[in-house]
Design a binder for this molecule. Structure first.
Ligand SMILES: C[S@@+](CC[C@H](N)C(=O)[O-])C[C@H]1O[C@@H](n2cnc3c(N)ncnc32)[C@H](O)[C@@H]1O
Length: 375
């Protein structure tokens, strides 16, 4: 496998060991080879995993309600979607916004994968040919300032993380080396920056970590999120992902961390099982995301779970409007809504955080149940 050889060469060149953050970067994003850079189908029934927009149009319809309110307040404006996957969410959002006479001036997609960019273009130009003029793909964050929204569903969980282990009195960095031709975990003493960061996480918790406690954190979260949102002059950034506030994340019970891989709808906890062929994700520390938003000059205007966000943005109304008089469609949509809102599953494990700048009105997705006090 070319991606295996590519990563193995990097490990050799680095003297036999690389940090997990570098491994995750290469396995997911090595140009032409990584999971997100190469050509296989990833989303939906024929892929590796299913996201909320792949489950139901209701997700895009609800998000469109929120977007329409922000676009109205910012007197028009544009939408930037980060990491658009198959393009489904963009298609559903634009369809709902058009029906509400609330189309954005531009709909731009910042997408790291050239293969997915081509798939999104083909899908959206096929589905909404009359809107081709407002669509644009970017391979770097926009530089010119704009008003409106930035949305990202399940992107933060794919930003490479560093992995550590608490060894009672010291922190080790867990990296990757070759064990008889296979990749495997390999520990070394953590450097000063990682040690200080992990000690702060440990000190912030209520309960002591057991010896051997392993977890991860995302050193790029703040710089990356700042860089992709810098151009937003006024409006909202909406981050959807699975994750927890820090106080619930780094608890002794979660002693193996939160890394998860997806391959053909199976969840695998070994990030070395299928390099380049499986997704690798880690939960988002939403306290860290709130800190990043504040440091980037935004107001953290809301934090809730997916079920409350969808309820607050009118999922009941959207279900009725999309089904019309068709009873079978109504039953199908009700089933999809259950999947999106299920307690203990997507409805609760997925969170939504809003960063805003210059907005006066509260965002409807957060009015039913705002969980900011848990951050
Ligand atoms: C798990 S998929 C989610 C796709 C889509 N948002 C959905 O909900 O179906 C992650 C998406 O983010 C993209 N992505 C990952 N890292 C990115 C980055 N640093 N910048 C832009 N896009 C990124 C991937 O290529 C992919 O399109």
């Amino acid at each position: 496998m070319r991606v295996h050889a590519h990563i193995a060469a990097k490990i050799h060149a680095a003297g036999g060991w690389i940090g997990f953050e570098q491994y995750m970067e290469l396995a997911l994003y090595a140009p032409g080879l990584g999971y997100y850079s190469a050509g296989a189908q990833k989303f939906g029934d024929g892929g590796d995993f299913t996201t909320a927009p792949e489950i139901s149009r209701l997700f895009g319809a609800c998000l469109a309600s929120q977007c329409a309110a922000v676009l109205a307040e910012s007197n028009g404006g544009s939408i930037l979607e980060i990491g658009a996957g198959s393009g489904r969410l963009a298609g559903d959002l634009l369809t709902s916004l058009e029906a509400a006479a609330a189309l954005p001036r531009r709909y731009r997609i910042l997408e790291v994968s050239a293969d997915l960019r081509a798939r999104q273009r083909a899908y959206l130009h096929g589905r909404l040919p009359h809107l081709a003029g407002i669509l644009e793909w970017l391979d770097a964050p926009p530089e010119e300032r704009f008003d409106g929204l930035i949305v990202a569903n399940e992107v933060l969980d794919a930003i490479p993380v560093s992995r550590f282990r608490w060894q009672g009195g010291r922190i080790e960095e867990l990296g990757v080396s070759l064990h008889g031709g296979r990749f495997g975990w390999s520990a070394r003493p953590a450097g000063a920056v990682m040690s200080a960061h992990c000690e702060a996480l440990r000190a912030a918790g209520d309960e002591a970590w057991p010896v051997g406690y392993e977890s991860e954190y995302c050193p790029r979260l703040a710089p990356w999120s700042e860089s992709v949102t810098r151009a937003l002059r006024s409006g909202a950034v909406l981050w959807f992902d699975y994750g927890l506030p820090r106080a619930h994340y780094y608890i002794p019970e979660r002693a193996a961390g939160t890394l998860l891989c997806h391959h053909r709808h199976r969840v695998i906890d070994d990030p070395f099982a299928h390099p380049g062929l499986q997704d690798i994700t880690a939960w988002v520390d939403f306290t860290a995301l709130a800190e990043a938003g504040a440091a980037a000059g935004f107001e953290v205007a809301g934090y809730t779970n997916q079920a409350y966000f969808l309820a607050g943005t009118g999922i009941d109304l959207h279900m009725r409007a999309l089904a019309g008089a068709d009873e079978r469609a109504a039953a199908r949509l009700a089933n999809e809504a259950r999947r999106l809102m299920m307690p203990g599953e997507m409805g609760e494990r997925f969170k939504v955080m809003a960063w805003t700048r210059g907005l006066e009105r509260p965002l409807s997705g957060f009015v039913l149940h705002d969980l900011r006090h848990t951050l």
